[in-house]
Design a protein around this ligand. Structure first.
Ligand SMILES: *Cc1c(COP(=O)(O)O)cnc(C)c1O
Length: 364
């Protein structure tokens, strides 16, 4: 039988990092701490209440959740204009990104990003028949903002997507560069949306601001966040986006009806109500991150400055060998980034101790 699969999908492998049962899983930037008892109990009780209503479709517009997300983000990023109508949510920020591509991408349209960056970006574009173009980042993984502005002018993309902090490098985008991108995008005749993917925002170092604070000034700016990392809810699947209302209205056109289940909404709201408890874990991870970076540098490695819960380090002559050696010692990290680099997610102190001793052995 011939399966009429799209020519551009033929022979491809689905995206996904290994899910292996090893001692230290440090390869997909998960929060190493499971939700504390108080949070798990609140989720269980909220889901129990939701269970009684499962015969009905969920609130299609998830207004309660949007209200909670708006409140959380307003406090977290010191923005006070946020209303539920400025917030969108979906099953992970991956689905939010897909909605953006469904609404703004399509044949004959281009999305611009800056490599190395998140490996899912080209897939959202491919799946929506959108052209995906990257400019290289500079050697220190920051943006060449003049080159970026020139590319926006020349290419006239429909969206510019920047992860900040960037995955896999950890690099945060300064606010003056967000402004420069938004202003260059504003000059694109057909319009251009600047999307800052802040999946790791809560891990940023003190004094590093969020692009969310600029949304009041720029109608063509959108900031995406997720509960997968800082909220220790990768399994809960909740990502969200803040922007001006016309952007949200466009996303409402392409979402499937009832895309956020009642269980998901209840889970997310219960976790949001406990964000202070969860933030304490984030603070531990940030401290462990800074210690890991300092330790790697003391060993002579180059480590990209990181505002996320992972570190990109190198160079290695044979990074595959180091990856395999660590894995043999129960430590799973990620082969990603430019040739010679490896990325390690920040785990518990015990996991990071195992990572350090395994790395010393493998490179002895
Ligand atoms: C982990 C990550 C996400 C989160 O995706 P979810 O679908 O919310 O789990 C988004 N963007 C980047 C760059 C990431 O690394």
């Amino acid at each position: 039988m011939t399966l009429p699969i799209r020519p551009d999908l033929q022979g491809l492998e689905p995206y996904g990092a290994p899910q292996l049962d090893v001692t230290a899983r440090l390869n997909v930037n998960e929060n190493p701490y499971s939700p504390p008892d108080a949070v798990a109990d609140a989720i269980a009780s909220a889901v129990r209440t939701a269970a009684h209503g499962l015969n009905r479709y969920p609130d299609r517009d998830f207004l309660g959740l949007r209200q909670d997300l708006a409140r959380y983000l307003a406090a977290e990023s010191h923005v006070d204009f946020l209303e539920p109508r400025n917030v969108w949510a979906a099953n992970g920020s991956n689905e939010v990104m897909l909605h953006l591509h469904q609404a703004f991408g399509g044949p004959g349209r281009t999305v611009l990003s800056f490599a190395p960056t998140y490996s899912m970006y080209p897939e959202y574009a491919r799946d929506t028949i959108t052209e995906f173009v990257t400019l290289p980042r500079r050697e220190d993984f920051t943006l060449d903002i003049e080159a970026a502005a020139a590319a926006i002018r020349d290419i006239a993309p429909v969206m510019v997507i920047v992860a900040s902090p960037n995955n896999p490098t950890g690099t945060a985008l300064p606010l003056d560069q967000v402004r420069a991108l938004a202003e260059a995008a504003d000059r694109v005749p057909g319009g251009c949306l600047v999307v800052i993917d802040e999946a790791y925002a809560e891990f940023r170092r003190r004094g590093v601001p969020s692009a969310a604070s600029l949304i009041p000034e720029y109608p063509n700016l959108a900031v995406s966040r997720t509960m997968s990392k800082a909220f220790a809810m990768a399994g809960g699947r909740l990502g969200y986006l803040v922007a001006h209302e016309p952007v949200i209205d466009a996303l409402r056109l392409v979402r499937l009806p009832y895309h956020l289940s009642s269980v998901t909404q209840a889970t997310a709201r219960a976790a949001l109500a406990h964000h202070r408890v969860l933030q304490a874990q984030v603070d531990e991870i940030r401290a462990e991150r800074d210690e890991t970076v300092a330790w790697l540098r003391r060993q002579g490695y180059t480590v990209a400055d990181t505002d996320a819960n992972f570190a990109l380090f190198g160079p290695f002559e044979d990074r595959e060998r180091v990856f395999r050696g660590l894995l043999a010692r129960g430590v799973l990290i990620r082969v990603t980034g430019p040739e010679g680099w490896l990325r390690v997610s920040i785990g518990t102190p015990q996991e990071m101790a195992l990572f350090r001793s395994a790395l010393l052995e493998v490179t002895a």
